[in-house]
Design a protein around this ligand. Structure first.
Ligand code: GLN
Length: 306
């Protein structure tokens, strides 16, 4: 495994076409695209890393996996009255389907869906309480209390919130959001601003590798059916309108973020986190996808083969 990761990191260091760093969040615009990290955590407690695997980055939309888990824990199947579970085939920040579907977002991984999940889990509470809960959850699944929000990134998104605010107000106009839009958005932007490195992120994914059980403590995080369903959603919707391409090239459930990270789950085998800040035209990490494609070719890990 170590050899495979070293080879991938060496290969990625040679790549010249590294994609474009997200600049619609100004705080992310000056991140050096010449970075690449990969980490693999296995259920028996091993951790393998290569490249910039201990450099912190903004997990952005990968956080939507964690809030979905919290949402399902709190509301059970009632969560699906707030959000659907179908691929959208549209960009992550698209508004078009919301009008046809009366403000109910297609799935929890597009921005509108993640905003609806935040509104659902707020249940009348203040943003601070919900953010405390989200961070506590992340600390628990990583067994690492050093993980924090990056308030500068959250503030930067709040300053440039026009698109996400449009999505939120549009949903609110259909009676879909119950809380104050700015409170929901402030919570959502903080959730997205969580800073983690590849090792922490790979470690965070282990509960989805192990049927919902946290491997650090042996405690069940979520029931087996839900863990399986979160993996299904990651496979179908985790890369927005690039989900088909990701399934074709990687064949594992994955969730990307515009910070350049991708969390990928190989059930029973391991959790893989990759990070490279340059994005493709869809907003997914360009080298991250390439590296994962190499990784599955080398390891044979796939949900479609034994
Ligand atoms: N916080 C980002 C946004 O709302 C998340 C997008 C992403 O990572 N795809 O635009």
């Amino acid at each position: 495994m170590q050899q495979i990761l070293d080879n991938i990191a060496a290969q990625m260091a040679l790549e010249t076409d590294r994609g474009k760093v997200a600049d619609y969040i100004p705080q992310l615009a000056h991140i050096d695209p010449n970075q690449f990290g990969i980490a693999v955590a296995t259920p028996d407690g091993q951790m393998y890393t290569a490249g910039n695997a201990s450099t912190l980055f903004s997990i952005q939309s990968i956080s939507k996996v964690f809030t979905l888990t919290i949402g399902l824990g709190k509301l059970g199947d009632g969560l699906w009255t707030h959000v659907g579970r179908e691929p959208s085939g549209d960009p992550f920040n698209s508004i078009v389907m919301l009008e046809h579907e009366t403000g109910r977002p297609r799935n929890p991984f597009i921005n509108a869906g993640a905003i609806a999940v935040v509104d659902a889990i707020m249940m009348g509470h203040e943003p601070k309480e919900i953010l405390g809960e989200i961070l506590q959850f992340v600390h628990f699944i990583t067994d690492d209390e050093s993980i924090r929000f990056d308030h500068k990134v959250a503030a930067s998104e709040m300053e440039h919130k026009d698109r996400n605010a449009s999505l939120a107000y549009f949903m609110k106009s259909f009676g879909r959001l119950k809380h104050d839009v700015d409170k929901v958005l402030g919570t959502y932007f903080h959730q997205c601003s969580i800073a983690m490195n590849c090792q922490q992120l790979a470690s965070a994914g282990l509960y989805l590798v192990s049927n919902g059980v946290d491997k650090h403590s042996g405690v069940r995080v979520i029931n087996e059916h839900r863990a399986r369903r979160i993996n299904s959603l990651m496979m179908m919707c985790g890369h927005y309108d690039g989900s088909g391409e990701f399934a074709y090239r990687v064949g594992l459930p994955g969730k990307s973020g515009v910070g350049g990270g991708i969390l990928t789950i190989a059930p029973g085998k391991g959790s893989i986190a990759v990070w490279s800040p340059g994005l493709d035209h869809i907003g997914n990490s360009k080298l991250g996808l390439k590296a994962l494609e190499m990784f599955v070719q080398e390891t044979g890990w796939s949900v479609f083969a034994q």
